[in-house]
Design a protein around this ligand. Structure first.
Ligand SMILES: Cc1cc2nc3c(=O)[nH]c(=O)nc-3n(C[C@H](O)[C@H](O)[C@H](O)COP(=O)(O)OP(=O)(O)OC[C@H]3O[C@@H](n4cnc5c(N)ncnc54)[C@H](O)[C@@H]3O)c2cc1C
Length: 386
């Protein structure tokens, strides 16, 4: 049986980033994870949270830990793009907007940034109206703008990381792992096609980490996004639009909006998502039924009305897509040894914000599986044992 130094299970944003760092360090790496399904309706395997064309990236955040992870990751985007020849970062700017001073978003961003030394650019409503005449915010709205923010294409990001990992010698197996276990001297992994051995492993399977590793610490929630297809004239009118996080008067008004982005079918879509209700998903079957939209969405109309309030639009052909979040009690990602063995590192718990920060989360997981912690951030903050 072929023996690897490290097996990385899950070829998503975090797993592909970890594999790149491990392979670059000269280790024999196998990365195991299937491609995106061609037809979600008939697919009977695993899904993932990065199957989309745009995820917000930003260097401002109400949580200092997430801010740090994002800033460090973003600093490496251009190197990854250059080395891979694959672009994924759109620096169109980002604004985090609060509908009034009553909210907590801007105060929390300010507190995080004070600690990090990052300078903030505050916009009052008249600034917002002048800079973004096509957007419509409440009269008391204020914002922080982030020129380095915008969005990344998570599919292209994964492609770039996989390409670089493979260039450094990582072996990619496009298979689904059925079991993983560790004894005193090795980790054993099974897929439908083979059995593998490695000295150590990282499990970065997004929400499926919960069931593969039997982790009650991870909670999986369904979320819906609404995409509106826009004609070229509207795409041009909205050119220069930033990615937006919006804190409303009511929690149910909170949302995020991505500017028009071209999708693989050739059409451009503007997208809104948010958190109007919780939908706990308790099993891999629940996740499959949610992704292939057999479970009904309830909040489509609310999201659509909110989008049209903030971005008045003329043409309306819409569709909805379902996705899942992998949540932790701390709201922060887990990068820690599994409870059963220090040969296995868990890297999951994206909490709806790990696409932009996967590069650094993957690097820290790669360090930990090699026995080192490569960060000024306290390792306990990423603990499984809270
Ligand atoms: C609607 C929505 C909006 C979001 N918006 C943002 C945003 O604006 N900005 C942001 O930064 N983040 C955002 N996120 C979060 C972000 O997409 C996730 O945090 C990120 O995708 C997590 O990466 P991951 O590698 O942990 O998991 P995933 O992306 O889920 O990847 C996990 C990988 O593991 C593989 N896998 C699963 N099970 C197995 C198995 N048994 N064997 C082998 N492989 C397996 C899957 O095939 C997949 O490739 C959003 C998420 C959602 C759902």
């Amino acid at each position: 049986m072929v023996h690897f130094d490290v097996a990385v299970v899950g070829a998503g944003p975090i797993g592909s980033s970890a594999a790149r760092h491990l392979a670059k360090a000269g280790l024999q790496v196998v990365l195991i994870g299937p491609d995106e399904p061609l037809d979600p309706d008939t697919h009977d395997g695993v899904f993932a949270s990065h199957y989309d064309q745009a995820r917000i990236t930003r260097t401002i955040d109400p949580d200092p830990l997430w801010q740090r992870l994002a800033i460090i990751s973003l600093q490496r985007y251009s190197e990854i793009e250059r080395l891979s020849g694959i672009t994924f970062y759109q620096r169109c700017g980002h604004i985090s907007v609060a509908s009034s001073k009553k909210g907590t978003l801007l105060a929390a961003i300010q507190a995080s940034s004070e600690g990090s030394g990052k300078e903030l650019n505050r916009l009052v409503n008249s600034d917002l109206a002048r800079i973004y005449p096509d957007l419509k915010f409440p009269t008391a709205a204020e914002a922080f703008s982030d020129a380095a923010g915008g969005y990344i294409n998570p599919r292209a990001f994964v492609k770039a990381q996989l390409k670089l990992a493979q260039q450094s010698g990582a072996v990619l197996l496009k298979e689904q792992v059925h079991s993983i276990s560790a004894n005193n001297d090795r980790v054993a992994i099974t897929t439908p096609l083979r059995e593998l051995e490695a000295s150590r492993a990282i499990v970065a399977c997004g929400c499926y980490t919960k069931w593969l590793m039997n982790l009650k610490q991870l909670k999986v929630q369904g979320r819906t996004v609404v995409l509106l297809e826009l004609p070229d004239s509207e795409v041009q009118r909205l050119a220069g639009m930033p990615s937006i996080i919006f804190e409303g008067e009511e929690e149910s008004d909170n949302c995020y909006i991505l500017p028009p982005v071209r999708y693989p079918n050739g059409s451009s879509y503007i997208k809104i998502g948010g958190r109007p209700y919780d939908l706990p998903l308790e099993s891999a079957d629940d996740v499959a039924n949610w992704f292939n939209q057999k479970t009904k969405q309830k909040n489509t109309q609310d999201l659509l009305s909110q989008l049209l309030k903030l971005v008045p639009l003329k043409y309306l052909t819409g569709e909805t897509k379902n996705c899942v979040l992998t949540l932790t009690d701390s709201g922060r990602p887990i990068i820690d040894y599994s409870q059963k063995s220090e040969r296995i590192v868990i890297a999951s718990g994206g909490n709806g914000g790990a696409a932009k920060s996967a590069e650094e989360i993957g690097r820290l997981a790669a360090g930990l599986v090699s026995g080192a912690w490569f960060s000024m951030l306290d390792r306990k903050l990423f603990s499984l044992r809270t």
